[in-house]
Design a protein around this ligand. Structure first.
Ligand code: ADP
Ligand code: MG
Length: 242
């Protein structure tokens, strides 16, 4: 596990001759093992920030550090991160076990090690009795737990979630939220969780980053943000009482 730092992080997208700055100097120090939620309206730059941590987008300026390593120029595979998306895709022809083991087989880990890691993750996610099934024999919630399991077995230093709950119905969303909290309690992996949903943010966050238009408006505990919004935007977005 590791801390995660954003130091004056800037992102510009280029389209032809146009350039559009979408992240304007974000600074944040996240401690080892913290669960951080990034919340803000659609288009404010949440996914861009996450994708820069993952190495799926180039950083235009500043630094992102995982532990003491500046990861700006590292390939995604060298960053020790795992990412869970909104649209997870499992391999339909493979069993749950093989879906979870796939990345580890590619890394050529010993078979015993692979089995041990998959069984441990399956235990935490309550998938132990489903390891031989195919994805089509699972419920939506179970499938999503397999997608999380596939990320956990890699034992990443940082866990990234990009609105993983937004395609689920209300009941499954609440249930998966509990799973994610349990996962964090048991493994304590430094996590960045992106959502546009204020209630989800308030429920899950140890600390939250409120974003608007590529700026970080506030970084604090849900209680602080709610009771003492730093800007009028935060006050209206989080909806604290007058
Ligand atoms: P969020 O995840 O908060 O909805 P994004 O990070 O996806 O926001 O997008 C932030 C801004 O960057 C938006 O204005 C979006 O249109 C723009 N954007 C995102 N991806 C690209 C891209 N590949 N090229 C150009 N502009 C982009
Ligand atoms: Mg997004």
């Amino acid at each position: 596990m590791a801390s995660l730092s954003f130091r004056n992080v800037v992102k510009q997208y280029h389209q032809g001759k146009q350039s559009l700055q979408v992240i304007h100097g974000v600074n944040a120090e996240i401690a080892d093992g913290e669960f951080i939620v990034i919340v803000g309206p659609s288009g404010c730059g949440k996914s861009t920030l996450l994708r820069m941590v993952a190495g799926l987008e180039e950083i235009t300026g500043g630094e992102i550090c995982i532990g003491s390593r500046v990861v700006n120029r590292l390939e995604p595979a060298a960053r020790d991160i795992a990412m869970v998306f909104q649209n997870y895709a499992l391999y339909p022809h493979m069993s749950v076990f093989d879906n979870m083991a796939y990345g580890l087989k590619i890394q050529k880990l010993p078979k015993d090690e692979i089995r041990a890691r998959v069984e441990k993750a399956a235990g935490i996610l309550e998938l132990s009795h489903l390891l031989e099934r195919k994805p089509r024999q699972l419920s939506g919630g179970q499938r999503q737990r397999v997608a999380m399991g596939r990320a956990i077995v890699r034992q990443p230093q940082v866990f990234l979630f990009d609105e993983p709950l937004s395609n689920l119905d209300a009941k499954l969303r609440a249930q998966t939220r509990l799973e994610i909290q349990k996962l964090h309690r048991e493994l304590g992996i430094t996590s960045l969780f992106v959502t546009h949903d204020q209630v989800e943010a308030m429920t899950l966050a140890q600390r939250m980053i409120v974003m608007n238009g590529g700026h970080m408006e506030q970084f604090g505990t849900p209680e602080e943000v709610y009771a003492r919004p730093a800007t009028t935007f935060v006050a209206s977005f989080i909806g604290s009482p007058p």
